[in-house]
Design a binder for this molecule. Structure first.
Ligand code: KG4
Ligand code: ZN
Length: 345
């Protein structure tokens, strides 16, 4: 079965073709980073319009890349939530209508399920069950994954998602948008041990997170540094790098502590990292160290499949279509959608 996948939940238009036998056949991506950069964040209306502009050309490009005709498609999968409603509607409209025109089934895909199973696009996919750390711009959670659609929520962020904390702190430091990669690059020039940030909620039982305090801590640190002797109210690039490093270390360390706790609690030694913050080099290295010490397995997707992409949507859509799931003849999308509502297959 060949499935066309469409991702348009936020600021990336992604299209991919996934074959139930051969795996990923082709994928293309258009990032809207430049479009939103001058506003310092995603402007929803501009995002929707840009998806409309790029969906069809990318779709044609992806088919050409794989060397197949539309008539060879057996199903269409599109992100139906969670995300920006206008952005979601653009992909859902194209996807559902194309499936109707071709007389093939369509299926709705949950964006976070796409992220969660993205490591299965790689050569050495994880076997169920495993513990998954899902860290993106909108969500931070730990889940025990027993199978497709069987996600037991172990803990989640009570306020900002880890990616959101990266983005907001980067903005405070004047590092621009998107903040995560910019702050991580700045942190590489930072000197260790100059600043020490707290590790939120590690003294409490359970595996919930809270990241909003780190942003306030960063702001206070910046204000103090700007008024220190020798500073004229402006932060030097070195001070910004030192703060970036201390912030990144705090987020990564907190995620690591909670991952270890979740694995121990579930008596499991297999960990999967997914979502945009999963592209962070320090996070990958620290978790790899921890898993090595535990004698376990660590799985993560290649960097381009950590952030939003069509491949992860085509893959989940293919799993669900093969299992017989289909979407009725209606175009539907939802800004909020709990992963607990997904059907097990
Ligand atoms: O999964 P994703 O592409 O979109 C959502 O579904 O939210 O995640 C985007 C988030 C952003 O907050 C971005 O700043 C963060 O992932 N991110 C990173 C890195 N690359 C992307 N955060 C830290 N370090 C990175 N290298
Ligand atoms: Zn995402």
């Amino acid at each position: 079965m060949i499935v066309l996948g469409i991702e348009s939940s936020c600021d990336e238009t992604g299209i991919a073709l996934f074959d139930s036998e051969k795996g990923l056949l082709a994928h293309t991506l258009h990032s809207q980073v430049e479009l939103h950069a001058e506003y310092g964040g995603v402007v929803p209306e501009l995002a929707s319009r840009d998806h409309i502009r790029y969906l069809v050309p990318l779709l044609e490009q992806t088919l050409a890349q794989a060397g197949i005709e539309k008539s060879a498609l057996d199903g269409i999968a599109y992100t139906a939530g969670p995300g920006l409603i206008g952005a979601l509607m653009s992909g859902a409209s194209v996807g559902r209508s194309l499936a109707w025109a071709l007389g093939i089934p369509a299926v709705e895909v949950h964006h976070m399920e796409g992220h969660l199973l993205a490591p299965m696009l790689e050569e050495n996919p994880p076997n169920f069950p495993f513990v998954a750390l899902l860290v993106s711009g909108g969500h931070t959670l730990l889940a025990y994954v027993k199978g497709i659609g069987q996600y037991e929520l172990l803990g989640q962020s009570l306020d900002d998602a880890a990616g959101e904390a990266f983005d907001k702190t980067a903005k405070l430091l004047g590092l621009g948008y998107p903040g995560g990669p910019a702050l991580a690059a700045m942190a590489e020039k930072g000197r260790a041990g100059i600043y020490k940030f707290p590790r939120p909620m590690i003294d409490r039982p359970g595996v919930d997170f809270s990241f909003s305090g780190l942003k306030t801590f960063a702001l206070n640190t910046m204000q103090k540094a700007a008024h220190q002797d020798g500073s004229d109210g402006e932060l030097s690039e070195q001070v910004k790098a030192d703060i970036s490093l201390a912030f990144e270390e705090a987020v990564v360390d907190t995620l690591k502590i909670k991952c270890r706790r979740a694995l121990q609690q579930q008596q499991c030694n297999k960990l999967v990292i997914a979502g945009g913050v999963g592209a962070n080099k320090r996070l990958r290295a620290e978790l790899a160290d921890m898993i090595k010490q535990m004698g376990g397995e660590l799985h993560y997707p290649r960097v381009e499949f950590c952030t939003d992409n069509g491949a992860m949507i085509a893959q989940v859509g293919c799993f669900r279509l093969v299992a017989g799931e289909t979407q009725a003849l209606e175009i539907d999308a939802r800004a909020r959608w709990s992963m607990q509502d997904l059907k097990a297959i």
